[in-house]
Design a protein around this ligand. Sequence first.
Ligand code: NDP
Length: 348
Amino acid sequence: MHQTLTQNRQMTLAARPTGAPGAEHFALRTTPVPDIADGQLLLRTVYLSLDPYMRGRMNDADSYAEPVAIGEVMVGGTINRVVASRHPDYQAGDWVLSYSTGWQDYAVSDGTFLFKLDPSTAPVSHALGVLGMPGFTAYMGLLDIGKPKAGDTVVVAAATGPVGSTVVQIAKRLGCRVVAIAGDEQKCRLARDKFGADVALNHKDTDLAAQLAQACPNGIDIYFENVGGKVLRAVLPLLNPNARIPLCGTVSSYNNSAPSAGPDHLDWAWSTLLTKRVTVQGFIIFDDYGHRYGEFAEQMGQWVAEGKIQYLEQIIDGLENAPDALKGLLEGKNVGKLVIRVGPDELG
Ligand code: NDP
């Protein structure tokens, strides 16, 4: 999959989905590799992160971030190599984490939203997961909003993904009892055996609510909210007085184009939160905690280097496979942090 320096493949948004995204909502176009001017560098993408938030960027809706325009390159975090540099701080061969490159082979940068990586300290792709945005999300959401104490019962779903698996492990390090929820038996085994959850439950089981009640005999002190829907409904009756909910994501509804049919649980949910005096705090990781990134990077870098936090990633080859892989991510087909290998590691 060696790329020449003449063609740049760009995966653009071709149409806005109603429901699940698919290949029909994207278009792959080829453009010339851009030239660089003084103060700029040329980046080649090696790894592209796929994340649940990308589904929201495909909607033309008011949110915390601008939607991707039709015909624009899809946004995403990437790990790149510097191919050529006329920027004083970078040279050819450097590895960087970029938030301005997105789903394409090559991009020009002036250094904005670029972070240098040292490939000798950890695999560079980890900067898209446990050592980057998802790990940071787990760290701040659990510690700053969840305020865990030894002996607390912590419940988290999407428990083998990069956010959930990090929540499980930090909570265990702090002496909490952790109940993990995941989408199949293989993931439940991983949550227990690799990440150390005390109990792991499959949210596709019809008796999830009964299983959760049995797994939480002392109630729930922290519910790290990644998914919403059926899991949230199973959690609500078990919340302890003064429980905390870091409201991180609601991935079960990202493909919904209208409120789901069925009974409206909102009044029940609100009154539960009121009478139990539950703290619920939504957060957008870089907006709310960007100033604490250094603290996270130092602590998590140490934990990962010492083998105290485990990490799992699934790498799929080929930019052309990113649309299907994103669809699969929203259906739980990924096992661990989902990354696309866009091009080779070696310079060339
Ligand atoms: P994951 O890699 O864990 O992927 C999403 C997972 O969600 C799937 O693998 C699947 O796991 C689970 N899922 C999908 N549909 C459902 C469903 N209907 N019910 C229950 N679970 C479902 O994602 P991340 O770790 O990257 O992200 C986890 C959450 O954190 C997301 O909600 C994301 O939006 C949020 N987030 C929020 C941030 C913030 O700043 N607030 C920053 C980063 C992430 P399974 O098969 O186990 O069910």
